[in-house]
Structures are given as C-alpha cells and as structure tokens.
Design a protein around this ligand. Sequence first.
Ligand code: FAD
Length: 387
Amino acid sequence: MPIGNTAIVGAGIAGLTAALALARHGIRSEIFEQAEALNEVGAGLQVSPNASRILGELGVLDTLSSVWLEPEDVRLVSGRSLRQIASVPCGSFARERWGAPYGTLHRATLQKALLTAVERNPRCRIHLGKRVKADAATALGKVMGSLPELIIAADGVWSDLRSAVPASGAVRFSGNVAWRFTVPEAQAPGILSRSSVTAFLGPSAHMVCYPLKEASVFNIVAITAGGSASHSWSSAGSEAQRAILRRHFSGWNDTLTSLLDRAEQATFWPLYEVAPGNWHNGRDLVLIGDAAHAMPPFAAQGAAMAIEDAFELAGALASGPVPQALDIFAERRKPRIARLQQRATFNRFAYHARGPIRLGRDMVLSLRPPQSLAADMDWIYGYRAIG
Ligand SMILES: Cc1cc2nc3c(=O)[nH]c(=O)nc-3n(C[C@H](O)[C@H](O)[C@H](O)COP(=O)(O)OP(=O)(O)OC[C@H]3O[C@@H](n4cnc5c(N)ncnc54)[C@H](O)[C@@H]3O)c2cc1C
C-alpha cells in the first residue's frame, strides 16, 4: 500500500526534487515554504553528473541544459603564479564517462525549473508563505485535510524540524566563510576562463570562478578560513570581515585581488555544517538535504546530495511501509554522505595548504594526467541513485 498524504517542508532544491520524485511513483505531496515567493537566493551552482542524471529522470534536464554552461574542465590554478596545477575534463568527456552532463548555472535557474515542473504536476501542490514549526503536524493536517503520514523536512541548515528528531545532529560553524559575488562577463579579466570552472588556490584561501551563461556573468566564490560565526546569510559583511578577506588574499595575483576590491555587492556567508546524527524518528518525520547533513562546499556537492536524497527517499517509500523505507533510506545514504564529508575535509586541507605540503600537493597533482584525476571522481559522479 503506497504512502498517502505526504508533507514536504521547504521548497529549496531538496524539497522540490522530493515532490517530483514522489510524483514519479504516483505519490501525492504538499510543499510548505516559508517564503512568499521563490526569489533569487544563493548564487552559482555546479551540477555534477550524479545529480544531472536524476534531473533527467525527473524531466527538468532539457530546460537546464538549454541555458547552462557545460565547462570543458575544472582547473586548479595557483592564485599567486596563475600556473595550472591540475585539471579534470568535463564537457563531452563527462557525458561519456559518467553518463550525464556537468553544468554550471544559477541556483535560481535550477529552483525555477523544478518549481515549474512541480506546478505542472497534478500530484504536487505548493503553499508559499507558510512557515512550519517543529510540532506542526496537526496544523499541516488541517490544511491538507488529514494528518500527513510522513513529513519530509527539507528546511535547510537552520532546520526547525530537526529538533523533533531524537539525537539529530547539531549545527556548527565550519571555521570557514564564503564571499559570493558576480562580475559582468564583459568586465571580467582575461585570466577568468570562459569555458572552465577555475579554482584558484592559496594558503588558507581559495577562489572558485565560473561563467553563468544564462546571466552573462561570472560567479565568484572566495572562501577563507576563520572569520565570524554570525548567523546571518547573504549579509554584506562588516569592514573588519572585509579586512580579514583582504589579508587572506594578500600576495595573490593582482588581477584576482582587484576582483575582491571591486566586489561591492559581495555577500558574506559564514559556512555551517550539521554534525552526524539521526535523520528520522522511525515513524513520520525524516530530514533530507542540508537539514540532515549540510557540509561546507569544498566538494561542490551539497545540492547534488539534496537531489540524491530526495530521489532515493522517494524510491524507498514507493517500495514498502514508511518505517522500513526510512531505515533503508538512512542505511543507503549515510555511508555516501560520510564519505563525501571526508572528501570535503580533505579538499579543504589540500586547497588551503601552505609551505612544504603545498609544494608536495602541486608536485603530486602535476604528475597525474587529467584522465587519472577523473577516475578519482568516479564514485561521486558515476553514482547511480536508486529511485
Ligand atoms: C558558497 C556555496 C557554494 C555552493 N556550491 C555548490 C555547488 O557548486 N554544487 C552543489 O551541489 N552544492 C553547492 N552548495 C550547497 C548547496 O547550495 C546546498 O547544499 C543546497 O542548496 C541545499 O538545499 P536544501 O534544499 O537542502 O536547503 P535550502 O536551499 O536551504 O532550502 C531550504 C528551504 O526551506 C525553507 N524553510 C526553512 N525553514 C522553513 C520552515 N520552518 N517552514 C517552511 N519553509 C522553511 C527555506 O526558505 C528554503 O526555501 C554551495 C553552498 C555554498 C554556501
């Protein structure tokens, strides 16, 4: 007997994907989103093949691939000398090796494509301007006509509903902050590649740059160690925080640092993560996406994991009773998320290395051909989620 009434809290990438993935199995859901409208929140996203494959299954990939950029490669470059350290091929190589494309786009483009698909799907219903509290099952039931059999909490890193899952993980500051801004393509310096994702690396800081074709801008994310643990996302950042940013990038190539100086509109994002813990209560509440396991973006996989979670949860719910489905979901997802968190921690160490470790990193990476570095990504990009 398939699950009946399902409520999804949050219309971010996880929540919208969950609604579409459930609908694919004939399961109806209602999404409750606190925002009155889904405006442009966030900035650029890299969508890797493990996630784009699922977006294809859900019927939204064609919309995305008509507007996004498929970069030729992801390059690691020294932020001081601009010497290329390593590169991983993408473009047609990604389609062949991992069976799905690698693309870059604005988060809002992805969210809008998912929202349009949700609005067109008779099995999905969305309620905007509805903030849901941790003990809200009865209130949701009133709107839905009967108590939801399952609440899927896709309410992000600051999840309210997480507190209703016994022994769930706590949210904590990752020790890193991100500055995000865009530069109009016409004003971007020539050292920013129009056809690649470039990660410029330096001691305790790195800067990721890639074009957002649909907006004719470059997306730039500068990530440094330390900084403030303020709770507010998307704030302008204080003068003191900007001074720390400039200090981390001192000694870098002038063209790159001048990008930071020009970034009037930069938003300041202290990066939080969710510690390991329970993701469900065994009965009627489950956490997915950032609500369950937010991680700092050192592997550029947070949204991809939200998409995989949504797809695999729907698959498990379609094949058995809710309590078993929740166990299957957690058993399948936890080892993968833990491995990715380890990869993100390793990347943080490698990207921000200094002194002899940096020299060793550069030597080891420069000896490895792009194809061999691509093979390291097989377990991430080649993953086939069970939906
Ligand atoms: C600098 C940076 C760069 C990144 N780059 C990448 C990348 O390249 N690739 C990648 O895959 N990932 C990347 N990520 C990670 C990615 O952005 C997140 O992991 C992903 O967006 C999480 O999606 P989500 O749906 O779980 O949560 P969110 O996007 O946070 O969505 C949660 C939704 O729930 C709503 N909500 C919250 N509380 C309530 C409530 N009580 N009631 C109702 N609604 C509520 C919110 O309004 C929101 O709409 C990056 C992150 C950062 C910070």
